[in-house]
Design a protein around this ligand. Structure first.
Ligand SMILES: *[C@@H]1O[C@H](CO)[C@@H](O)[C@H](O)[C@H]1NC(C)=O
Ligand SMILES: *[C@@H]1O[C@H](CO)[C@@H](O)[C@H](O)[C@H]1NC(C)=O
Ligand SMILES: *[C@@H]1O[C@H](CO)[C@@H](O)[C@H](O)[C@H]1NC(C)=O
Ligand SMILES: [Zn+2]
Length: 537
């Protein structure tokens, strides 16, 4: 994606959806309103900053108007604040560095701290963390750092981890990771981003301290053809080498090894299968449960042998989940990720000719989905629910032809993770603390950023998603920040509307849905590439 294309893509995000602009004048008006509001905001915050700087005596308190929350001290309060100690009315004091100073039970009226932002009964949760996102930049036209992080912000996600797949250079070497970091840093990033390095067959000598010094938070391998020419799968023997080396580098526990776990017979070829090209079921049958079961079994064995923890991405098969359950009971350290689409959709309901539902491993029948829910809710088996956001262009998705067989395998859904997961789980009595664990805290712990992220508590970064779990939202192309709007989630109606998103005390998103618009991105707080602990800043 070129710089110019990036700039063009930003136009809709001033609150004017490009596709359905009926007439220029009302939108011009709202554009002007936004500009004026931003000017007023700047003046207010500048004056406020002046007052604060003059001395402790002159602190003023005022309600935080719709545009006036910036990174100066403020109090955020609601009757439903989700903390490690439960959900209750609380007031969150945010300091000028965008950190949470303290969390006080009850609704305070503090005039000495700063402005007061009361969100009523809206739920305040820690900003979401999505550990599995394919930004696909550089080298593709399918997304990019700018639109991916915008969509993340609109979905309440404040930290994403970017997978190396389908992106050249594939983050397999020190130089390529530095290059990707440079590119990411040159884009407008709306949320924090962590980079994941690739481990590919025949290139294991790149696994050294160096690759970690380049700043990756994890490593990723495939055990099956990834359909990316520059990302050959590792054999089980090679996966073992990586795990032994991770143990040996004495960074064990720091760097997670994330593995796409499907293991096929040697004859396997992704698009060579029986059945009509438009049939989802034919595609599904081409990636049977046994692929996942065989891979998970082999990886559990490796973890048992090497004592290196293994992180299995996007578990879709309940049969594979059963193996994970047994391994966990045995004490083997294994992190199990499932994804929004496996909880929200069932193959039975996917009509033929809709490649937007194609992903690997596939969405399986409803019976499988119900078993996954049981493993999640009753057995506590899954550690995280990721989006595995894997965008593609309409051409790559073969949308016009409805050709499932030839379509790129990947679902676009980073922005919709919260409402889709909440809607799939809410009728089972899931609590906000549980939801927050699967969508945020657990990832913070697994990837060692829990000293900063994943909880609403003193000392943490002031990252919040403020949302209405009772509000119904229609997923439409208008309500989409992704570069390409077609998605398996389009046309769905979900509970859970993201109203505001904060990153380190700055409001980065505010819903404008009541006016039938997408929402407004309020600020440009440049995100950071989270660096691994080993990296010296
Ligand atoms: C582990 O480290 C030692 C000492 O640095 C080295 O000799 C050995 O080859 C390493 N083993 C593996 C599997 O990397
Ligand atoms: C949760 O409870 C612990 C123990 O009482 C306390 O130290 C901590 O501050 C509480 N956290 C919040 C956010 O209320
Ligand atoms: C959402 O869709 C439903 C059903 O199509 C419709 O009745 C409802 O008015 C829509 N809501 C909004 C806010 O557009
Ligand atoms: Zn993926």
């Amino acid at each position: 994606m070129s710089q110019r294309e990036t700039a063009t893509n930003q136009q809709p995000f001033l609150g004017v959806p490009s596709s359905q602009s009926a007439g220029g004048i009302p939108y011009l008006k709202s554009f002007l309103v936004v500009v004026v509001a931003i000017l007023i905001t700047s003046i207010i915050s500048w004056q406020h900053a002046k007052i604060v700087q003059k001395g402790t005596q002159s602190h003023v308190s005022f309600p935080c108007g719709s545009f006036s929350v910036v990174s100066f001290p403020f109090v955020l309060r609601s009757t439903r604040v989700v903390t490690e100690n439960g959900t209750f009315p609380a007031s969150i004091f945010v300091d000028r560095n965008g950190l949470i100073s303290r969390v006080v039970p009850g609704l305070v009226e503090d005039s000495s701290w700063g402005c007061l932002h009361d969100v009523g009964d809206l739920v305040i949760m820690p900003g979401l963390i999505d550990p599995h996102v394919h930004v696909n930049e550089p080298g593709t036209k399918s997304e990019g750092f700018n639109t991916a992080t915008l969509a993340a912000a609109a979905g309440g996600t404040t930290l994403i981890f970017d997978m190396p797949l389908n992106s050249h250079p594939a983050c397999t070497t020190y130089e390529s990771i530095l290059e990707k970091r440079r590119i990411a840093n040159s884009r407008q990033l709306w949320v924090d981003v962590g980079l994941i390095g690739g481990m590919i067959s025949g290139n294991l000598e790149t696994l050294s301290d160096q690759i970690f010094r380049a700043g990756v938070v994890a490593l990723k391998s495939f055990t099956i053809d990834s359909q990316a020419y520059d990302f050959p799968p590792v054999s089980i023997q090679e996966a073992e080498q990586v795990m032994r080396a991770l143990r040996n580098l004495s960074i064990d526990g720091e760097i997670r090894y994330m593995i796409h776990a499907e293991l096929a017979s040697s004859k396997f070829s992704p698009n060579n299968y029986e059945g009509p090209s438009m049939s989802y079921m034919a595609f599904m049958r081409s990636r049977p449960d046994s692929f996942e079961v065989n891979a998970v079994q082999a990886l559990i064995e490796l973890s048992r042998k090497t004592h290196c923890p293994v992180y299995i991405v996007h578990i879709s098969s309940a049969d594979a989940a059963e193996l994970v359950k047994q391994a966990k009971e045995e004490g083997i350290q294994i992190f199990a990720e499932t994804c929004t689409q496996y909880l929200a959709f069932a193959a039975d309901d996917i009509p033929d000719g809709h490649p937007e539902f194609k992903c690997v491993p596939p969405i399986r029948p409803n019976g499988n989905r119900k078993r996954l829910l049981r493993y999640l809710l009753q057995d506590n088996l899954f550690d995280l629910i990721a989006s595995d956001h894997a965008p593609a262009t309409p051409e790559e998705k073969c949308l016009e032809q409805g050709n499932v067989r030839m379509a790129y395998a990947g679902i676009s859904g980073l922005q919709y993770r919260l409402p889709a997961v909440w809607t799939a789980l809410r009728s089972y009595g899931v609590t906000f603390e549980q939801l927050s664990y699967w969508l945020s805290l657990s990832a913070a712990r697994i990837f060692h950023v829990d000293d900063r992220k994943g909880r609403i508590a003193s000392g943490m970064e002031a990252d919040f998603v403020i949302w209405d779990p009772e509000s119904l939202v229609n997923i439409t192309e208008n309500w989409c920040f992704h570069r390409h709007k077609k998605s398996a989630f389009l046309g769905k109606q979900y509970y859970g509307e993201v109203k505001e998103t904060f990153l380190r005390g700055s409001r980065i998103f505010k819903s404008d849905a009541e006016r039938g618009k997408l929402g407004t991105v309020l600020q440009y707080p440049r995100g950071i590439i989270i660096r691994n602990r080993l990296v010296e800043e």
